[in-house]
Design a protein around this ligand. Structure first.
Ligand code: 2AM
Length: 259
């Protein structure tokens, strides 16, 4: 049992390493990957065998040998992740309840072949898209965002539409609150000044509901609406792995309370 406990962090680190797309490992990455997979299998066999002593010794021997190499590998891996540019954007998160209701409403109002639905926990309202950003630039942009002081606001989602050119069906607001427009405009200006290309198109606050909506779809008539208080904005990383896009919140920026 001691062996199992002691190995858990190593298993986790290796598991995390292996979750990355194989194509992203530089150089001898694929060989390292195969080696680590064998190592994990060995540990799994040991556990499944109910802690067989002989298997345990073998696993320990392999692990001790690999330990030195693994720790070097994992450091390399972490450094390579840290220095890789990340695809970033600032956005508003939707409350879980609104996400749930919107997904229900979407299922009831759009045909299955209308487009590819965005997963409930991926629904967000982009404030500023930053593109591929280096670690240095990320730090600078995060620091600038941290200096923004403004009160929170209330957002009502009561508008919907489709952009055929970008093939998206979206949810929006008929009366964007001033706080939302100010925030987006400030974040976009900061991004542009830091060298992140900003689209010349005017900011149209929206939440993408469906992607790849190639054909015009009927938009539900007005009458739907979700209202919620917005108390923070978020810096997200967008990653594509194992066939799906995942957004990870990297930093949260609460608005001023007194308002
Ligand atoms: P969309 O939902 O309208 O596609 C993460 O990819 C977020 O950034 C999405 O909300 C996406 O907007 C937005 N985004 C992606 N690429 C962009 C680009 N080149 N310019 C502006 N926004 C972009």
């Amino acid at each position: 049992p001691r062996l199992q406990q002691d190995n858990a962090p190593v298993d986790m680190a290796i598991g995390e390493y292996l979750q990355r797309q194989p194509g992203r490992f530089p150089g001898a990455g694929w060989r390292i990957e195969q080696y680590l997979r064998r190592l994990l299998q060995c540990g799994k066999k040991f556990r499944e065998d109910g802690g067989n002593r002989q298997l345990g010794h073998e696993w320990l021997r392999r692990l001790t040998f690999a330990g030195k190499h693994c720790s070097i590998l994992i450091i390399h891996y972490r450094v390579s992740i840290m220095s890789e540019p990340k695809r970033l954007f600032f956005a508003l998160e939707l409350p879980a309840e609104a996400q749930r209701q919107i997904v229900h409403w979407r299922a009831a109002n759009f045909a299955e072949d209308a487009g590819r639905p965005v997963a409930a926990d991926n629904l967000h309202l982009t404030l500023a898209f930053l593109g591929e950003v280096s670690a240095d630039k990320q730090r600078a942009l995060a620091a600038l965002a941290g200096r923004i002081h403004q009160p929170g606001f209330t957002l009502t989602l009561d508008d919907a539409g489709q952009w055929l050119r970008s093939r998206v069906v979206w949810l929006g607001t008929r009366r964007p609150p001033r706080g939302l427009l100010q925030l987006a405009s400030l974040l976009r200006a900061q991004a542009a000044r830091s060298g992140c290309y900003q689209s010349p198109q005017p900011f149209h606050p929206h939440i993408t509901l469906l992607r790849e909506a190639r054909h015009a779809v009927p938009i539900p008539p007005p009458g739907f609406s979700w209202t919620f208080a917005v108390s923070e904005f978020v810096l997200y990383e967008s990653r594509f792995s194992r066939g799906r896009t995942r957004y990870t919140a990297l930093e949260r920026y609460p608005f001023n309370k007194e308002s």
